[in-house]
Write a protein that binds this ligand. Structure first.
Ligand SMILES: Cc1cc2nc3c(=O)[nH]c(=O)nc-3n(C[C@H](O)[C@H](O)[C@H](O)COP(=O)(O)OP(=O)(O)OC[C@H]3O[C@@H](n4cnc5c(N)ncnc54)[C@H](O)[C@@H]3O)c2cc1C
Length: 382
């Protein structure tokens, strides 16, 4: 039996299966895929029926669209854009709830964890541009919901839809945040990338942040070994360059059902790219998030926390201009298959230095040393 042709690896079916005969396994490319143990399967069909890819639930049309920035600058600097996630998560924890999101784990795996202590919320901050494993968080979260605890669950739209499919109903104490998402690369490729960085920098990678803000809000990473701190623009790194170009995503991302205006989460968050043109007075080098408030629950969550933020009212039409994944999935590139095929044949050096080549961009290299005011001027002139 085939569960779906379109598995996103959300893991809802595995936790729904009454005979526990579904398990997940990484495929050749390193993405986890749901499999059935045919000997134990009783063909009840629950997995096929409940798979969100076979039966997509109704989505929500955004009610309010805002540019938004957390007022706490110390916390904001560790967030990818405007810190909307961390501010709302802190509020939920203050009310005795829990927050769920993606964190770096051992060996540079990325997975969803449950946080119930504010001291550990930082682990969920910032974007990890690789597929996160939701493990068994759907069933764990259900236990909290049934006990009446507030739950904030954040993730890519396919993960949020997986959670709803697993739960079968909405709970008043559940609040979901889905991300605007380009697509997710494979955990295996990301681990190889970290190995390559370790060889190149002659040291174990102790820290990695895709969204370093030391020279302002943008797309650049910071990594640390015991003796070195390296910061680099996305355009000058093989993994990050090909991530942004759309060359290394999971196959289903190129046919994603969620790259639309209509959303699965109570609130959708992303970077407010283009804010310097749409609302120039609201631009900040500290970062600005875009938030689509999609449900009455989302409206209440934001109005309850409104004093934590600077807010700029906007519209979907303005927001979508520089955020294409709100209107269509990323186009599948011709390089995608070669990269994943070659990943298993080449050494990490060959893979990242030959196969994942990127054009040298003098302007980007120079921008790395430009002061922030000059970068802003260039952005406005574009
Ligand atoms: C794979 C991926 C693709 C993205 N593509 C776009 C895009 O095309 N356009 C856009 O505007 N924004 C995109 N984003 C969202 C953006 O990078 C920021 O996460 C968003 O702006 C929120 O910023 P923040 O400052 O409010 O949140 P932060 O405080 O930085 O919190 C980060 C949030 O993202 C979640 N998260 C981080 N990594 C993952 C992951 N691998 N899987 C699931 N959840 C994760 C955390 O759980 C947390 O909820 C993408 C994020 C990811 C992870």
């Amino acid at each position: 039996m085939i569960i779906t042709d379109f598995c996103t690896g959300c893991r809802a079916c595995e936790q729904l299966c009454p005979t526990h005969c579904i398990y997940v396994e990484p495929d050749e490319e390193g993405f986890i895929v749901a499999k059935i143990d045919e000997n134990a399967c009783v063909e009840c069909g629950v997995c096929v029926k409940r798979c969100p890819q076979n039966n997509p639930p109704e989505k929500n049309v955004p009610i309010r669209v805002v540019g938004i920035r957390y007022k706490d600058n110390d916390v904001l600097k560790e967030s990818a854009s405007g810190g909307v996630f961390i501010a709302l998560a802190s509020r939920v924890l203050d009310e005795g709830g829990i927050a769920v999101g993606a964190a770096y784990l051992d060996d540079w795996k990325v997975g969803h964890i449950i946080v119930n202590d504010k001291a550990f919320l930082y682990k969920l901050q910032s974007s990890k541009y690789v597929q996160s494993d939701t493990f068994r968080t759907f069933s764990e979260v259900k236990e909290y919901l049934v006990k009446g605890r507030k739950v904030l669950y954040s993730g890519t739209p396919c993960q949020i839809e997986g959670l709803y499919s697993y739960l079968r109903k909405d709970y008043d104490n559940l609040f979901t945040i889905d991300l605007i998402c380009h697509g997710v690369p494979s955990p295996k490729l990301f681990q190889k990338y970290i190995k390559w960085l370790e060889t190149k920098n002659r040291g174990v990678i102790l820290y990695y942040n895709f969204r370093d803000k030391s020279s302002g809000w943008g797309l650049g990473y910071k990594t640390k070994t015991k003796t070195k701190i390296i910061t680099k623009s996305a355009a000058l790194d093989p993994y990050y360059y090909h991530f942004l170009k759309g060359d290394i995503y999971r196959e289903c991302c190129y046919r994603c059902n969620y790259c639309t205006r209509d959303r699965v989460g109570d609130i959708t968050i992303g970077d407010y790219w283009g804010i310097e043109k749409e609302h120039p007075e609201f631009y900040s080098t500290k970062g600005v998030s875009l938030a689509l408030i999609n449900t009455p629950k989302g409206m209440n969550a934001l109005s309850d926390a409104e004093e934590l933020f600077y807010i700029q009212e906007s519209t979907f039409e303005r927001a979508v201009k520089a955020n294409h994944n709100l209107s269509r999935p990323t186009e599948r590139s011709s390089m995608r298959d070669t990269i994943y095929l070659r990943m298993n044949e080449l050494t990490v050096e060959e893979l990242f230095e030959k196969e994942l080549k990127y054009p040298f961009n003098l302007m980007t290299a120079l921008k790395g040393i430009f002061p922030v005011w000059l970068k802003l001027l260039l952005k406005k002139m574009k």
